[in-house]
Design a protein around this ligand. Structure first.
Ligand code: HEC
Length: 148
């Protein structure tokens, strides 16, 4: 029943299924321990992501509830959100190609694809900034979950 309540869970499930076979699915690639990457990533985040995902990664209010138009508000990227449940490559592809790449062409979302706007390096940098903001315990969980 959950998927009728929160479309985000559907997306997450779809993404999980889509990338399960990807050879990079369980590789740690986000350079969150690299200070230069994190610093550059903050600029990328503030310029491109903060307007929706929040200046402090807090997301938009009621982010689990679709609007009357059928769109989900932007979810948080901090520890209260779902981002840290996903492997590096999945987060990268979601950002680069947009939700439709993973959830299907007719999936309704306000999240743009950043291919053409950001380089691959900038996408890894912004993910580094995001991961670097998580509490140590969450960073550790994320690293351990996807390091095999
Ligand atoms: C116009 C608003 C908007 C902007 C700007 C935006 N996003 Fe999003 N983002 C969303 C929404 C809404 C979702 C939820 C997807 C959906 O519509 O179901 C999302 C989801 C995500 C997810 C998946 C999170 C999860 O829990 O699975 C990632 C990763 C992400 N965004 C990264 C970024 C990054 C990185 C940037 C900046 C480069 C960015 N987004 C810019 C609106 C936005």
């Amino acid at each position: 029943m959950k998927y009728t309540v929160s479309g985000l869970l559907v997306v997450s499930a779809l993404i999980g299924a889509t990338l399960w076979n990807s050879s990079n699915a369980n590789k740690l690639q986000i350079p969150y321990e690299n200070v230069a990457s994190v610093t550059a990533g903050k600029v990328v985040y503030d310029t491109n992501c903060g307007s929706c995902h929040g200046a402090k990664l807090e997301g938009q209010t009621n982010w689990q509830i679709r609007t009357a138009e059928g769109y989900l508000p932007a979810p948080p990227h901090d520890e209260t959100g779902h981002t840290w449940h996903h492997p590096d490559q999945m987060l990268f592809e979601f950002t680069k190609y947009g939700p439709q790449h993973l959830a299907g062409a007719d999936y309704k979302s306000i999240m743009p694809a950043y291919e053409g706007t950001l380089s691959d390096q900038e996408i890894w940098q912004v993910l580094a900034y995001i991961k670097a903001q998580w509490p140590e315990s969450i960073r550790k969980k994320h690293t351990e979950a996807f390091s095999n």
